[in-house]
Design a binder for this molecule. Structure first.
Ligand code: BDP
Length: 721
């Protein structure tokens, strides 16, 4: 009897928790939450418009679309939505292609569908024989899935769906996450736990995480994933691992997510028993061809290779006196018969100490324009140094018109506070994409280089170094999810504004409540500038802690490579500070097209945000505010700290409007961020003060400790190395 009572109590509690959705709000659900629409009028309208879901056909991708629509709509509408193969209600949601759905075929969408290509879709409202249809139509199954996610997003963000007439198609072809994941499950520059790929249990055990990862990617149109670190391990190309890779590829396939691997250039020696990896050696070429055939025998839709060669000690064609093009083309030939591509990175720098590292990639790659095979893309980081909090755009954009150039952004915040700092990265990416390269005259924006329209390339893409790991919330910081989201959205459409993306994400992740959306949007949009201010204002760069890049380290010097030290980049002395990249210095500005070179070469015309990137200036140099450079710099550091405190206030005022678990999580992370911002301000200003010999201007808080104190701090076991 007692037992019986307990079990009914248990059942009751379980039911209660299901009704109340009282599971842990740990962020696992990302932006795919599908909680019931709160606005009663909208809810009513949605319930009326969607009385059933019809997704005819049973291909793996259509099945996924059907499941997602059923789950999403049942959650959003707060009641089960019936799914059938044929319409039976007055108001039906139909999703499919002309091949999978007779109704969609009958609608005669031929011409409209032509405009959306292989991955795009239409969302339409149609009336037929007295019935109303909401239609998700595409040419392919994956288009249907993408359209389904878009449709769900309309409800999640409470849009009007009564008269839909919308078309969307991706502007870039390869929208790819780069995981810097090692086979031992550590993640280089990863701050969200370990690698998702549980190699030890693969190929047999398929973790639910793989599926949820694929869902999340499909929901924002990401269609490729490079599973392994650019600092590559040849082992992943052995039979044992390829079987594991196949299992992941099989799990991801229904979601349109292709798998790629990093190719270690010396693999023919390391796992192939050859004596050389010379790309012009026929035995080496034959080895890669055979290896590629083997990979494709496991994974028929394998995407191809990502390669880091002759950079930071990685082997490459230059070891044999060959060029990057020779290396890339050899691999391209190996995957070409199977439709694969090669993404060859331009993040290179040689072992000799450079005059200016910012110039190297351009110097090495520009002369190779026109020498790459058709299935090669050169993957270029947004800036010429290395994912700094802010960098001017890379001079290679626009400089290689005959070569498809792929953008590489870093979603993981290696140099931007890692996982504990709230930084929404989309404004930074937008800033780069909007820049005018002047390659083909005015209006030759970086976005046009990337989407191929500037030089008529059809092979296009964007890569993002992933911030994802085994943390329950995937990205370490709840707001890190916004960067994953924004990357996918911008890869789909590089012309989207960071504002609209933030708004979508907030509504899907937190709530549609106006005041909350406004406040969080404001906080997110200012967060990048805030971080730049407390870390590297006015064009300063690369002054982070040694090797792990955590915390301030402007004093770093005397390491085995000058260009890995901070003093190399800030060049502070008693007279002034900054890296002279004009004619009187390294002349890196000459790598840009004339109007840009002229702008950055002229201190008056250089935007203040890049001042010390391009110029070495005296401490008393007058900036636009009328202050001296020293005062301005000090006030920017203080301003950064103040803005973090402002974020804290904004967030704290939202208590009660956000579930307690995520509220607390972000609240404590903001405390860490405040401490770190103060640490940056104090350490950097004390250090530069030893050169400027000027007092801190009024309004700047007095540092808590001495410079010696900050210099001896030596954080151990920083994640992500
Ligand atoms: C740097 C990272 C290093 C990467 C390298 C790269 O510090 O871990 O291997 O970039 O992109 O930012 O290859």
């Amino acid at each position: 009897m007692k037992k019986h009572v307990l079990s009914s109590l248990g059942l009751f509690l379980l039911l209660l928790s299901v009704i109340n959705h009282s599971y842990a709000e740990d962020g696992y659900r990302l932006w795919l939450r599908y909680d019931q629409v709160q606005d009663p009028a909208k809810l009513k309208a949605y319930r009326q418009a969607i009385q059933e879901v019809v997704v005819p056909g049973n291909s793996p991708t259509l099945s996924v679309a059907q499941q997602e629509l059923k789950m999403g709509l049942s959650g959003l509408l707060g009641k089960p939505v019936p799914v059938s193969q044929k319409p039976s209600q007055r108001n039906t949601l139909v999703a499919g292609t002309p091949a999978s759905s007779a109704l969609i075929k009958d609608l005669g969408l031929g011409d409209k569908l032509k405009t959306v290509g292989d991955e795009g879709y239409l969302l339409l409202t149609a009336n037929k024989k007295g019935k109303k249809y909401t239609v998700i139509a595409a040419n392919t199954d994956i288009g249907v899935l993408y359209g389904s996610y878009h449709f769900l997003r309309l409800l999640q963000t409470q849009q009007d769906i009564s008269k839909l007439s919308l078309a969307s198609a991706p502007k870039t072809k390869h929208r790819v996450l780069n995981h810097w994941d090692n086979l031992d499950r550590t993640v280089e520059r990863g701050y969200a736990g370990f690698s998702l790929w549980d190699w030890h249990k693969l190929p047999t055990y398929i973790d639910q995480r793989y599926i949820d990862y694929a869902r999340a990617n499909a929901s924002i149109g990401i269609n490729g994933t490079v599973l392994t670190n650019v600092n590559a391990n040849a082992l992943v190309l052995t039979e044992e691992y390829l079987k594991k890779v196949k299992a992941l590829a099989d799990a991801f396939r229904p979601y349109g997510l292709k798998v790629y691997l990093t190719a270690r250039f010396s693999a023919p020696i390391e796992i192939g028993g050859l004596e050389t990896a010379d790309p012009l050696d026929p035995k080496v070429q034959a080895w890669w061809k055979k290896k590629s055939d083997e990979i494709y025998s496991y994974i028929p839709d394998f995407g191809g290779f990502l390669v880091k060669a002759n950079s930071e000690g990685q082997p490459g064609p230059q070891n044999y006196g060959r060029s990057h093009a020779d290396g890339a083309n050899m691999l391209a030939d190996a995957v070409a018969p199977h439709g694969g591509i090669v993404m060859w990175r331009a993040f290179v720098y040689s072992n000799e100490e450079p005059e200016d590292r910012a110039k190297q990639a351009y110097n090495e790659f520009k002369p190779l324009d026109g020498q790459f095979r058709d299935n090669v893309m050169v993957q270029v980081k947004n800036g010429a140094i290395d994912f700094q909090p802010r960098e001017p755009f890379h001079p290679l954009f626009g400089a290689m018109p005959k070569t498809p150039i792929m953008m590489e952004f870093q979603i993981t915040q290696e140099y931007l506070g890692q996982a504990t700092n709230l930084v929404y990265l989309a404004p930074m990416w937008e800033e780069v994409l909007d820049e005018d390269t002047y390659a083909e005259g005015e209006g030759s924006t970086v976005a046009k280089v990337i989407d191929g329209t500037l030089n008529g390339h059809r092979l296009t893409g964007m890569a993002g170094v992933a911030n994802i790991g085994t943390d329950r919330n995937w990205t370490g910081h709840q707001f890190g999810q916004a960067n994953w989201y924004a990357f996918g959205r911008m890869a789909w459409n590089p012309y989207l504004s960071s504002e609209e993306i933030a708004e979508e994400w907030i509504k899907m992740t937190f709530s549609n409540q106006e005041e909350l959306v406004e406040k969080l949007e404001d906080m997110m949009l200012n967060s990048h500038e805030t971080l730049v201010n407390y870390m590297t204002p006015l064009g300063l760069h690369h002054i982070m802690g040694w090797s792990h890049h955590y915390g301030p380290g402007p004093w770093i010097k005397d390491k085995h490579r000058a260009d890995w030290t901070s003093v190399y980049y800030h060049r502070a002395d008693e007279k002034g500070i900054g890296f002279d990249r004009t004619k009187t210095g390294s002349n890196a500005v000459a790598q840009y097209f004339p109007p840009v070179a002229e702008k950055y070469g002229n201190v008056e015309k250089t935007p203040e945000k890049y001042l010390l990137w391009f110029h070495h200036l005296p401490w008393d140099y007058k900036v636009k505010s009328g202050r001296t450079l020293w005062d301005e710099m000090a006030l920017r550091y203080q301003g950064g700290v103040d803005s973090v405190r402002q974020m804290q206030q904004t967030w704290n005022a939202l208590e009660g409007k956000i579930d307690p678990e995520r509220f607390k999580h972000v609240q404590t992370f903001l405390e860490i961020q405040e401490q770190e911002a103060e640490w940056w301000r104090d350490a950097v200003l004390l250090y530069f003060q030893t050169f400027s010999k000027r007092p801190l201007p009024e309004g700047v808080e007095k540092p808590e400790h001495t410079l010696e104190y900050y210099m001896q701090l030596d954080p151990k076991f920083v994640p992500g190395i």
